[in-house]
Design a protein. Structure first.
Lengths: 171, 873
């Protein structure tokens, strides 16, 4: 009897607590920037595609839901010819973001992806690519890589000496 | 066998090995760079350091480079020693100070020895704060991409390119930490073995340029053990597929055949599989709608073929299964080899020699280990490049080489003895050698003094040799050469030495086809002149490459129905009334017999999206069952075809053992074609249908098209890729070998169909031919093969096309003067039934009276070789 009354009292007290429920979708929940939601492909500060088609995200993906094909432009810059994520398989683990050596693939705080047809959850590159640097501004992979892909010439990178004159024997 | 103690545990190791080989052979993971089983040790990279202790009391020990230390009885070694491990880690850290941040865009990534070794030593964080050294790259041609920043100065590239393969245009320049590996000037790498640089380089300085066009990581490739289709040697390859196209060909180690290296034709000749020129649809010609579905096709075919006399034209580039399936369909008496009478005759002679068991036929491994090689007339460098590489290894180990060819060859520079002469004269030299070795061989009448002198010196070298190999082949279209090689090999006393013989044949399954002992295409032409109402089945063979166009046209005109099976469209497929799409090595299974008589299975790499593409033997079996109504819905497998072949043609006994049967399992598991890291399974086809299809089943082999299955080392004929924990690059082949550089575990794959027998009879006559006589205004037309462009499938497309030399007719300087032509003048070659105009090349060293024309060039039908032609300016 006493426990019943105690329970009713506790429930009554909840009337005066702050509400946990929000009026979604009119009201949106606040998600932290590092929240793992929809996956996007970002661009570097110069507006070029960050993805270099290294396949590491695809290899890291535990459900194998990323497929891409790398190709090269005439200057030798690698980019994905197609980049496909099957979100109907994705488990939003974020391993792809961790594996990405160029900050290209990022998980963003957005989960509103409900669809009636599974086919609509297959995202191609044009669906994934955003015109932003995402969470990691300022990074341009080709500026720190060794090769010349039209972004910087050999030896003009951040920590590079000018190209060696192979005809010289000076130390 | 000495016993060494590694970290206090005793192991028995092979004497004479170095410590690194011993450790790797025992399964230890010891990092290394500059050592390679084929190149040996130089001790340059300091990476394989281990501790060696003087005795049990010695606690300090000393660091030694294990690749420079020969194993000694009772040696006390420590790999795990802290100081040694720290030293190895420090070496990697130094190597990495200048290594660029390229892995994501480097084609070597995931297949990189430097990555593996860095992880192995534990170096993972860059402490070096200063700037990185950079280099400018060079253009090295269409096969190899150069990215010099990534170099770790291990010198493997120049040691392979210059010392092992004999190239001289790649070199090392500059000094100290600026050393630069490249060419003096930008340009195409000249060696036909340059593609191996991509595999020999432990990092991404040299990478496969054709792979860049459709780049795929090693872990994403569906791979299968394959056999090269581009010459008769049957080098073992690994073919990789992704998204329905072949992406690359890499070497598959076979100690008896190709070892660690391939030629560029084999490595880069795969473009035809992805070609737009593929036959993709069964066609019934002369109808409103020519492309048909399966039911209509089979109905039409049975209607056209039933109660018809069938004749079948086989092919030296189709598998044994396909040729035999055709023979079964049309009947033995109606089956013809798809080669000219002359070539069929030569190949029959070769099969006679090898089949008699009188001689041992040498594998490439044995050629590389021989101490005297005599090449009788064959242009090995161009017709069988990897054999030339094997010959070079024999010479590098202080072996003797005598190279006799029609035209000068790159092998001449390492030969102790060379001769450039007409095939008959080379054969006469051969018989003169045989006479010197065994006086019962008749002497060569009227031999010139030069021939006698050369013969004496070669005979002397062969007499002192313990493991001599005599090499000849069919490319000169001269029977006397084959007899001469046989005469020399049989003249050598086998009690004192192991004598070997090797014949080079034109195509990948020439030996398998020749062993069927069917008549040639000329016999078919003769027969069809009198018989009517015949239906011909042409199996993967472009008759316009072997017959003059007019003759081929005439031949085809005699048939109401021409059924052609082929993978690429060509002039013959244009003549077809029924065209069936045949599988290539990548989309089908089959067995090839190489020049040594070694039967080797190649496995389907992927099932093409196009369901019409099937192996020729599958089509032929289907036709067979449709005509005899005997199948009961039973599918046919290559093993069943081979089992029937063994019964029908006993010379093929044992061929079905070339590979494990399709129901072979290890612990109930099949062998996966995909590595366990294969990615994208749930997304690669999601654009077509979001539900993943059931994985494709393979009932023809014990391999799956997935990553599920037996994860450890499979039997040697079934190795789809080389991978071991911690060893992602091709260097992991060490783990698949009985000892580093030795045979694969379970023995090297392939079944030899010819074995040497005691007391075998003499099969060929040993009478020398008459000397070659120059004729007035007539030239003997001989083929000039080239690594690039002479072979049909590798063809003239893509990277191979860029390297195909412009077609020329080579004449000797005297003949050119006589004709009044200079280099580049267009001349007309008048052959039996056709005429070709080509520019002249004046070739020093070529004998008079001979004209060399490009083999495989359109309009240069194989039937013209060895004939006398007119030339006019």
């Amino acid at each position: 009897m006493l426990t019943h009354l105690r329970t009713m009292w506790l429930v009554f007290l909840h009337l005066f607590h702050k509400k946990a429920t929000i009026q979604y979708p009119e009201e949106k929940i606040r998600l932290a920037p590092r929240w793992r939601g929809r996956i996007v492909l970002t661009k570097d500060p110069d507006g070029g595609e960050r993805c270099v088609g290294c396949y590491l995200c695809a290899a890291a993906c535990p459900v194998d839901c990323i497929a891409l094909q790398a190709t090269e432009d005439e200057k030798g810059r690698r980019y994905p010819e197609f980049f496909r994520i099957n979100f109907s398989r994705c488990i939003f683990c974020g391993y792809c973001e961790e594996a990405c050596p160029t900050y290209a693939i990022q998980l963003i705080p957005d989960f509103e992806m409900g669809e009636y047809a599974r086919e609509n959850l297959v995202f191609e590159k044009e669906d994934l690519l955003i015109d932003s640097e995402g969470k990691y501004p300022g990074y341009n992979y080709y500026k720190v890589a060794g090769l010349d892909a039209g972004v910087k010439a050999k030896g003009e990178g951040e920590k590079e000496d000018p190209p060696v004159d192979i005809h010289s024997l000076l130390p | 066998m000495p016993t060494i103690h590694i970290d206090k545990i005793p192991y028995a190791v092979k004497a004479g090995r170095n410590l690194l080989e011993a450790c790797l052979g025992l399964g230890f993971d010891l990092p290394y760079f500059c050592w390679h089983p084929a190149l040996g040790s130089v001790g340059a990279c300091r990476q394989c350091a281990v501790k060696v202790f003087k005795d049990g009391q010695d606690t300090r020990g000393k660091l030694v480079m294990s690749c420079m230390e020969i194993v000694k009885e009772g040696m006390l070694v420590s790999i795990a020693d802290e100081e040694a491990a720290a030293f190895r880690s420090q070496i990697i850290e130094w190597l990495m100070t200048n290594h660029p941040h390229d892995c994501p865009v480097c084609d070597e990534g995931g297949n990189c020895h430097l990555q593996d070794m860095t992880v192995m030593t534990g170096h993972n964080y860059r402490r070096f704060q200063y700037k990185k050294r950079t280099f400018l790259n060079q253009y090295l041609g269409p096969l190899i991409h150069h990215e010099m920043n990534r170099c770790i100065q291990c010198y493997r590239c120049v040691r392979f390119y210059r010392d092992y393969a004999g190239g001289n245009d790649l070199n090392v320049f500059s000094a100290h930490d600026h050393v630069y590996f490249g060419r003096e000037k930008e340009g195409v790498l000249q060696s036909p073995f340059s593609g191996n640089l991509a595999e020999i380089c432990p990092t991404g300085v040299f990478t496969d340029k054709t792979l860049k066009e459709h780049y795929t990581r090693k872990w994403d490739l569906t791979t299968a053990p394959s056999v090269c289709q581009h010459c008769s040697l049957g080098c073992n390859t690994t073919a990789g597929e992704r998204y329905g196209t072949i992406r690359n060909i890499t070497n598959r180690f076979n100690g008896e055949v190709n070892g660690y290296f391939l030629c560029d034709r084999g490595r880069y000749g795969y473009a035809f599989v992805n070609s737009v020129n593929r036959v993709v649809q069964p066609l019934l010609r002369h109808r409103a709608v020519e492309s048909v579905d399966d039911v209509t096709l089979m109905e039409a075919l049975t209607m056209r073929m039933a109660h018809q006399k069938l004749i079948g034209i086989g092919s030296p580039r189709a598998s044994v299964e396909s040729n035999f399936a055709l023979m079964q369909l049309v009947g033995k008496e109606n089956f013809y080899q798809g080669v000219t009478e002359e070539l069929a005759y030569l190949e029959k002679r070769i099969v006679d020699v090898l089949g008699s068991g009188a001689l041992h036929c040498s594998s490439l491994g044995e050629i590389a280990g021989s101490d005297a090689v005599l090449v009788v007339g064959e242009d090995v460098w161009n017709t069988a490049p990897v054999m030339a590489l094997a010959i070079r290894q024999a010479v590098m180990k202080k072996g003797f080489l005598a190279n006799t060819t029609v035209a000068p060859s790159p092998l001449d520079e390492i030969s102790a003895c060379t001769l450039h002469a007409a095939p008959d004269d080379i054969a006469r030299l051969g018989f003169a050698i045989a006479h010197l070795l065994d006086p019962s061989v008749p002497p060569v009448p009227t031999a010139s003094e030069e021939i006698q002198r050369t013969a004496t010196s070669i005979a002397e070298a062969l007499r002192t040799a313990r493991r001599p190999v005599i090499i000849s082949g069919a490319s000169c279209y001269n029977e006397a050469l084959i007899r001469a090689a046989y005469a020399i090999a049989t003249a050598l006393d086998p009690t004192e030495r192991k004598v070997g013989i090797a014949y080079v044949l034109p195509e990948c399954n020439s030996m398998g086809l020749a062993m069927m002992r069917a008549p040639s295409i000329d016999a078919a032409i003769e027969r069809t002149a009198f018989e009517h109402d015949l239906t011909v089945l042409v199996l993967e063979n472009d008759l316009y490459r072997i017959l003059p166009a007019k003759k081929a046209d005439d031949f085809f005109r005699r048939f109401k129905n021409i059924i052609v099976l082929d993978s690429l469209n060509n002039l013959t497929t244009e003549k077809a009334t029924v065209l069936l799409p045949a599988a290539t090595f990548a989309d089908g299974d089959g067995t090839l017999v190489n020049n040594e008589g070694r039967a080797q299975r190649f496995y389907q790499v992927f099932i093409p999206a196009n369901q019409h593409i099937k192996e020729s033997w599958w089509w032929l079996w289907k036709l067979h069952t449709a005509l005899t109504a005997a199948s009961n819905g039973h599918e046919c497998h290559p093993d069943e075809v081979l089992a029937r072949l063994e019964t029908a043609l006993p010379q093929f006994a044992g061929i079905s053992r070339a590979a494990p049967p399709p129901d072979f399992r290890i612990h109930g598991e099949m062998i996966p074609r995909e590595p366990h890291r294969y990615s994208g399974r749930t997304a690669m086809l999601a654009n077509l249908s979001v539900s993943e299809p059931k994985p494709r089943q393979d009932s023809d082999s014990p391999m799956t098209f997935t990553m599920e299955g037996y994860q450890r080392i499979p039997p040697s004929p079934l190795i789809p890729f080389f991978w071991a924990p911690g060893w992602n690059s091709v260097q992991s082949v060490n783990k698949y070998q009985q000892e580093p550089g030795g045979a694969l575990k379970g023995g090297d794959p392939g079944i030899r169909l010819f074995e040497q027998k005691a007391g075998a009879d003499r099969v060929l006559f040993t009478d020398p031919p008459d000397a070659f006589a120059v004729r007035d205004q007539k030239w003997m037309l001989l083929p000039q093969h080239h690594v690039f462009g002479s072979e049909e499938l590798s063809g003239t497309a893509g990277a191979i096309g860029e390297l195909t030399p412009a077609p020329v007719v080579a004449l000797s300087p005297r003949d050119a003067r006589q004709l009044g032509v200079v280099e580049g003048t267009i001349i007309r070659l008048r052959m039996d039934q056709e005429e070709v105009s080509l520019p002249v090349k004046i070739q020093e060293g070529l004998c008079n009276g001979v004209a060399l024309a490009p083999a495989g060039w359109p309009g240069m039908a194989a039937s013209n070789w060895g004939t006398w032609v007119n030339i006019s300016a």
